[in-house]
Design a protein around this ligand. Sequence first.
Ligand code: 0X9
Ligand code: ZN
Length: 445
Amino acid sequence: MQTTVTLKVDPDTMSTMLIFLLLTSLVALLKTGHSTETRDQILSFSPKTQHQVDIVRNISIQYETALWQPVAPHYIQEETQVHLFVPAASSERVKALLQMHGMSHEVLLANANELMEMQTRNDSTDPRSSSSFYERYHSLEDIYYWINRTAHDFPNTVKVILIGSSYEKRPLYVLKLSMNDNPNKKAMWLDCGIHAREWVSPAFCLWFVHYSLSFHQQNVDITNILDNMDVYILPVMNPDGYKYTWTTNRMWRKNRSISKSSGCFGADLNRNFDANWCTEGASSNPCSEIYCGAFPESEPESQAVANFLRSHKDSIQLYLTIHSYSQMLLFPYSYTLEESDNHNDLLEMAQEAAQKIRRYYRNIYRYGAGAKTIYLAPGGSDDWAYNLGIKYSFTFELQDRGRYGFLLPPSQISSACNEALLATKVIALKVLEKTQSPTSAPRTF
Ligand code: 0X9
Ligand code: ZN
């Protein structure tokens, strides 16, 4: 049996109830606001004076924070945006310090923990999940397994080459995609994961291989590229660092070699190549995020890559290295403000790639020589490869521009990779056009 109760409330009681409801929601809101303080956060702010710059530098050194942008305290400047990862434990103190010194801040991410959890969740077993293998981030073990399985599934076109091992003795595997045995075939190189925390980078290498193997003979551009070039892909250049971001510290950048004198870990592999090594823009302090290592190629990871490129320099025409974040297409030089010999060629290629990304995906990529576009940074793999003679050399900085930074949600992997793939195709086709003799011009459909 159903009973209906009709409540009659006079206007006075009604307004008291409304006030009560409002107050309780306000308390709840305040409580939620407070609970975000117990979460790791990403703050954004811009110091306006030299004094504020000094304060921010000190905060980033003294507190257990991680600078996302710029890469090291040295680069913090007046009127430039700082993105700072602040662990829950120091969040209130850091915010108070900023406020005390007249710097207002914006919370870019209020709950970084939730995003980190989302990135490592393996929802492949969840029947409701619609994302594919390539739309998720993968542990190092999964990536090693994937490398083997890919070579096994495509025995005629994919080979695995062991080019060396990391400081902690993990294998550095390169996949070679080769669709035919044409004589004097050209090649391109693609590496990912030089910086451990830039997870969308290895995701791109996997994406590229999958796309190449799925769309060769289907898509005209990738067919042209693969029919005329072998492709060498190193999915994770810094396996020790990558592993460490999965197990211990999500914000780790460098490799994991130990410097006995300081007790600090890691050299920045992108400061360890022999290209004006350890001059302005790198640090000789082993505790710095941009530590250049003890000497050029002191790190087994950069040495393995350099050795491989040296021994294949006659065939490799294009060097591509993938980083994140900030959406940029960079080319040499980064170690000097001087222009490279083929600056205009490189500029034109980067411009065309950026224009296409804008047209097809409505995303803005900045482009230009590294030193002029971002900062002086010597010892980089792109500049070193360029000076070795690989005249088409690019660094891509993938999505986003700071909304999620290194914590790009898995749902955005596909758009980040698709636009980088488009840029790769534009540039590789241009390289073919510029390097091939007229008799062996690429096939057009
Ligand atoms: O500083 C870097 O190594 C790269 N930026 S990142 O934020 N991913 O760390 C830019 C590399 C540009 N090229 C060279 N510095 N050679
Ligand atoms: Zn990087």
